[in-house]
Design a binder for this molecule. Structure first.
Ligand SMILES: Nc1nc2c(c(=O)[nH]1)N=C([C@H](O)[C@H](O)COP(=O)(O)OP(=O)(O)OP(=O)(O)O)CN2
Ligand SMILES: [Zn+2]
Length: 138
């Protein structure tokens, strides 16, 4: 069993708030992240797959194929978008690092695992230099 990781990058805007809460309650819970003026992050995404190497190619999976999947199913949907409004798989969800990380994992699992013998191990999402979430599936 070998693990290999591909890093991708996207920029996105968001705001932490709940519509049904008052402005005061949102600020109490989320502080500056509730500011009605949206703010953005430069997200770094690390996708780790696992499986057995083909000794013919030396590859677990061609990283060009992994890149294409991440771009099609995740990055193209998130880059330069508003996470609260524009992203189909984030509709009705809080735009936190944790939930975004879980949803990205769900987006990637099937297309990656369509490759024989390849499994999605984890998704790690860095929101800032200091904060990241990591999800290994259920
Ligand atoms: N559990 C979570 N807590 C917070 C999240 C999150 O997704 N999950 N997100 C935020 C905000 O998005 C916020 O914008 C983070 O930015 P910031 O506070 O500037 O980031 P840093 O922690 O890296 O900066 P410091 O200077 O260390 O505050 C907040 N919380
Ligand atoms: Zn933020």
């Amino acid at each position: 069993m070998i693990y290999i990781t591909r890093r991708e990058h996207f920029n996105a805007a968001h705001r932490m708030y709940r519509d049904e809460w008052s402005e005061e309650k949102n600020f109490e819970m989320f502080g500056k992240c509730a500011n009605p003026n949206w703010h953005g992050h430069n997200y770094n995404l690390f996708v780790t797959i696992k499986g057995n190497i083909s000794y013919e190619t030396g590859y677990l999976m061609d990283l060009k194929d992994l890149k294409a999947i991440i771009l099609e199913y995740v990055v193209d949907k998130l880059d330069h978008k508003n996470l609260n409004k524009d992203v189909d798989f984030m509709q009705g969800k809080m735009a936190s690092t944790e939930l975004l990380c879980i949803e990205i994992f769900k987006q990637l699992k099937a297309p990656i695992e369509a490759f024989e013998g390849v499994f999605l191990h984890s998704v790690r999402l860095h929101e800032t230099e200091n904060n990241y979430a990591e999800y290994f599936g259920e």
